[in-house]
Design a protein around this ligand. Structure first.
Ligand SMILES: C[S@@+](CC[C@H](N)C(=O)[O-])C[C@H]1O[C@@H](n2cnc3c(N)ncnc32)[C@H](O)[C@@H]1O
Ligand code: SF4
Ligand code: SF4
Length: 316
């Protein structure tokens, strides 16, 4: 056996996820995070998320190649935990995929990903973001955005997750960030857990409708800055949203994405959907769900290629 062969033989094979194609996938490269955001789905009880479970760089690189080739993965979204805690690995692994994307809290700076997408999470203006993401986080992220090289060929987006508690800040947030060196701002809505009692979800989805109206108004006011499709947002209204989600995800196109969570003993495990195992599909606010449905139903565009491109451009 060659040295390369011996090395490969000692690296673990990936979990068997069947023979299905998954043009889009996401991976939690680490379960470690330096923040503890109020709304975060990753650390819900039913998810594989122990900080003890780790996969070394060489094993993960090899498993990515095997899974990419087996499932025809084109688009890979690197997340966590905080993916930039394993920056060197992520930057190497990004080269393995046609459409790489990273979603980060940006407290370790902003990675350059020429030709790819980096999404930076901020959940409103400073006075709303910091109670959710931690004291001082807004200013730290702002400094990192201002320090970036806008000519580095990386598409840089901000993303705000709208909840029943922070939605009041969406217009103020846009006013604050509109002149930052970014390519756009995405809004997505909170994905609750089953029997969510955090106060972040809208108990009655009719109460979410006026917030959708405000995102549409924001899109009309700042068409270049707000990266949202009005047709997709309209599918989120309470009288229509179940058509795209189903009570239990039965209508959800996002189930065609492979979520790779870091599980027992540092082996990949898949969860029910990108948002983990404990989700309330009937109140799901993931913009990507509705945008995929829009492109499939309204414009007649279907197929994995479209979805994978979309997915890389918009974190669910
Ligand atoms: C789980 S984080 C992982 C990457 C990185 N730590 C970050 O915060 O960007 C990925 C994205 O999911 C969003 N998110 C977390 N919990 C959510 C929820 N319950 N519903 C919708 N989005 C959520 C975060 O705000 C962030 O934009
Ligand atoms: S920074 Fe990201 S992974 Fe960490 S707690 Fe916040 S949303 Fe979750
Ligand atoms: S993304 Fe799909 S499967 Fe996941 S919570 Fe939303 S509707 Fe359910």
């Amino acid at each position: 056996m060659t040295a390369k062969g011996i090395k490969e033989a000692v690296l673990r094979d990936p979990t068997d996820f069947g023979d299905v194609d998954y043009p889009t996938a996401l991976v939690n490269v680490t379960n470690v995070c330096n923040l503890s955001c109020a709304h975060c789905f990753v650390f819900r009880d039913d998810n594989p998320n122990s900080a003890r479970d780790k996969m070394d760089d060489a094993t993960m690189m090899r498993q990515f190649e095997i899974l990419r080739d087996k499932h025809n993965i084109k688009s890979m979204l690197f997340m966590g935990g905080e993916p930039m805690i394993r920056k060197d690995l992520v930057m190497q692994a990004a080269k393995l995929f046609e459409i790489p994307a990273i979603v980060t809290n940006a407290t370790y700076g902003i990675p350059k990903l020429p030709g790819g997408l980096v999404t930076v999470s901020l959940d409103g203006p400073e006075h709303m973001n910091d109670p959710i993401r931690g004291d001082g986080v807004f200013q730290k992220v702002k400094a990192a955005v201002e320090a970036r090289d806008p000519d580095d060929q990386t598409t840089l987006m901000l993303q705000m997750v709208l909840t029943a508690q922070n939605h009041h800040g969406l217009e103020e947030f846009l006013e604050e960030v509109k002149d930052w060196p970014i390519n756009g701002v995405a809004f997505t809505f909170y994905v609750p857990r089953a029997e969510d009692d955090t106060g972040l979800a809208w108990d009655d989805l009719k109460d979410r409708d006026p917030v959708i109206d405000r995102v549409i108004a924001a899109k009309k006011k700042y068409p270049g800055l707000v990266k949202a499709n009005i047709g997709s947002l309209e599918l989120m209204y309470s009288e229509r949203c179940l058509e795209c989600t189903g009570e239990n995800g039965e209508n959800c196109l996002m189930l065609g994405t492979l979520p790779l969570y870091m599980g027992d003993g540092g082996n990949f495990e898949r969860t029910f959907c990108c948002y983990g195992n404990d989700v309330d599909c009937s109140r799901c606010g993931a913009y990507a769900v509705f945008n995929s449905a829009y492109h499939k139903r309204i414009k007649g565009e279907d197929g994995y290629h479209h979805r994978s491109r979309h997915y890389a451009k918009q974190w669910p």
